[in-house]
Design a binder for this molecule. Structure first.
Ligand code: C2E
Ligand code: CA
Ligand code: CA
Length: 562
């Protein structure tokens, strides 16, 4: 029976330290504060606890240090140290060293009590450390040791409560082409890169700045407003050295960054939403790696997401309908062609192509839509021919995105053959050519179409910057004069303007091409065009784009009286 352990002092001491703490230092403070309860019973002169635990993700510097928990003012017997060493489980150690009070030495019962005390100190400190590690694991990323998403949200709430968030700029950083780097060096070394990337940033950051890993190669940083330019230049010249099995390699790490300035009252999740939109814009549409968020982006992104999301099903369920807008021969006032223009019939409402064509172009699915329209035109054309309704040539809009498709011409010809259509009925209208530079692909396409008797036209001539180059170098059959061009000339109808348009028309004709003026709305415009010998016109003056049944009536009547 150990009477010391059953004493009132020990009982009180152990109940006083039964508190949940999450740091070893707090545990030792608690012990230190309550040690007076048992000092006399074990004649304690000095107590030291030292710990040496190796570094880990959650404790990057390990846990090293020695703490004097108690030292009697009357002195202690240095020569009679009682020492126990415990192992922390990850090959670390925890030592408890006790000395008797000056002039005392311990009997067996006291030493037994001391041994029991030492074990409890170790367990108590170990438990505090474990709780701390668990709390950190909950908020820290287990690869890089920076905050994880949960940590970001918690830290963000604390900063929001302090009102300090508006001193910062939020940045979403993503490593460019990390997938390929990972493939090239293997994921083990990819992990090294991620660690070095986050270490590099945290080292650069000030104490009150912040970094979290959102997962993969995605990071979120809060940078003080005045340091953002400096951060961007730091991150744009980031390099890491990686030790491979038989060599060392240095990589330049490029990042995309979506940025937004924090305003008073903004929470971290507001900021996260916005920088996600900005980085999405950087990733998908921008030639720049750094994109600042603006409110318009959210609306556009929402709209684009909605369109992208709904498009495949809508196409499958044939929600897209083809309208036809007649083209008129200005000499005879007769219908001489038409343009197929798509409409999206969504929940009983008609959606204009202006709302979705651009989105589909950006993501490439415009090709599916264009072929859908093309096939519908071929089907309608077959129907008119079979019904004895003499059709006119229909132009179908094809986005420049198609020109990347090596099988484009093959596919067009295959569909025409399937509906047994003479090539004279079809025209391929290449839209939105501004900014297009692959002239070889364009020339090849036009030449193959020409070889098979299919007419090609360039849309919106005069709105793009390379129009004259297109004219000079390409053997297209038809030029469509952009509406804006015509509008300009009609607004301030000077002699110079007449000269310009007259000469364009002449030039096109001399190059053996036809010309169609688009967006003709007034009689004056039509008369002017006729005067300068523009062959064809298309516009509200004659007809709006018509649904199929109305267009069929127009095919029967054919004449316009203006
Ligand atoms: P676009 O190819 O330049 O088509 C002409 C647009 O001008 C049509 O708008 C037409 O309705 C409109 N328009 C015609 N006459 C007049 C007029 O007198 N005054 C005015 N103010 N406008 C006139 P829509 O149908 O809304 O089409 C817009 C654009 O969407 C088209 O411009 C074209 O770039 C694109 N688009 C339409 N259908 C398709 C398609 O099937 N495929 C592709 N790739 N693009 C298409
Ligand atoms: Ca067009
Ligand atoms: Ca046009």
């Amino acid at each position: 029976m150990n009477y010391i352990l059953c004493s009132e002092g020990f009982r009180k001491f152990f109940s006083a330290i039964q508190v949940n703490v999450s740091e070893v230092t707090e545990a030792l403070d608690l012990i230190s504060r309550n040690l007076s309860l048992i000092l006399d019973e074990i004649s304690l002169g000095k107590l030291v606890v030292s710990m040496d635990a190796p570094a880990s993700v959650y404790e990057p510097d390990g846990k090293k240090g020695s703490r004097e928990v108690y030292c009697s003012s009357d002195g202690y017997e240095e020569q009679q140290a009682y020492q126990v060493s415990f192992s922390t489980g990850e090959n670390g150690t925890c030592d408890v060293i006790a000395y008797p009070k000056k002039g005392c030495s311990w009997n067996q019962e006291e030493e037994n009590a001391l041994s029991f005390l030492a074990q409890n100190i170790f367990v108590f400190c170990g438990r505090a450390r474990m709780i701390g590690l668990m709390q950190r694991a909950n908020v820290l990323d287990n690869l890089t040791g920076v905050y994880n998403l949960n940590g970001l949200m918690r830290h963000g709430q604390i900063m929001l409560a302090k009102g300090s968030l508006s001193d910062y700029v939020a940045c979403y950083c993503n490593i460019k082409n990390f997938k390929y780097v990972n493939q090239q060096v293997g994921s083990r070394y990819g992990d090294q890169i991620l660690k070095k990337y986050s270490q590099g940033i945290t080292k650069w950051q000030l104490k009150d700045e912040f970094l979290a890993r959102l997962g993969g190669d995605n990071f979120f940083a809060l940078i003080r407003k005045e340091r953002i330019e400096s951060f961007l230049s730091f991150i744009s010249s980031f390099r890491v050295r990686i030790k491979l099995p038989d060599s060392e390699k240095e990589y330049a790490i490029l990042s995309r960054v979506g940025i937004c300035e924090m305003e008073p009252g903004d929470s971290v999740s507001d900021a996260l939403d916005r920088v996600t939109v900005a980085i999405d814009v950087a990733r998908r549409y921008s030639e720049q790696d750094t994109v600042w968020y603006c409110a318009k982006m959210s609306e556009e992104t929402m709209h684009e997401k909605e369109v992208s999301l709904m498009f495949p099903k809508a196409l499958k369920e044939r929600e897209f309908v083809v309208y036809y807008q007649p083209k008129v021969d200005l000499q005879t006032n007769q219908i001489c062609g038409s343009e197929a223009l798509v409409r999206w019939m969504r929940d009983g409402k008609m959606v204009s192509p202006l709302e979705f064509i651009q989105v589909l172009e950006k993501e490439g699915s415009i090709c599916n839509l264009d072929f859908y329209v093309f096939e519908q035109v071929c089907r309608d054309m077959r129907e008119w021919l079979d019904a004895g309704l003499e059709p006119v040539r229909v132009s179908v809009n094809f986005s420049k995105v198609h020109l990347r498709n090596a099988k484009l011409t093959e596919k067009i010809l295959e569909i025409m053959a399937r509906y047994q259509l003479d090539s004279k009925y079809i025209e391929v209208e290449l839209t939105e050519m501004s900014g297009f530079s692959d002239y070889d692909a364009l020339t090849r396409f036009i030449d193959v179409m020409k070889k098979h008797g299919v007419n090609t036209s360039i849309d919106d001539f005069g709105s793009g910057y390379s129009s004259l180059n297109l004219l000079k170098n390409l053997r297209v059959d038809i030029i469509k004069l952009d509406k804006s061009f015509l509008d300009d000339i009609m607004h301030n109808r000077g002699e110079e303007d007449e000269i310009v348009i007259k000469n364009i028309v002449r030039m096109v004709r001399e190059l053996n091409m036809e010309i169609v003026a688009e967006g003709v709305e007034t009689k004056e415009q039509a008369e002017f065009l006729k005067k300068v010998q523009c062959g064809m016109a298309q516009g509200y003056l004659f007809d709006r784009p018509l649904p199929k049944d109305e267009y069929e009536k127009r095919l029967s009547s054919r004449m316009y009286s203006i």
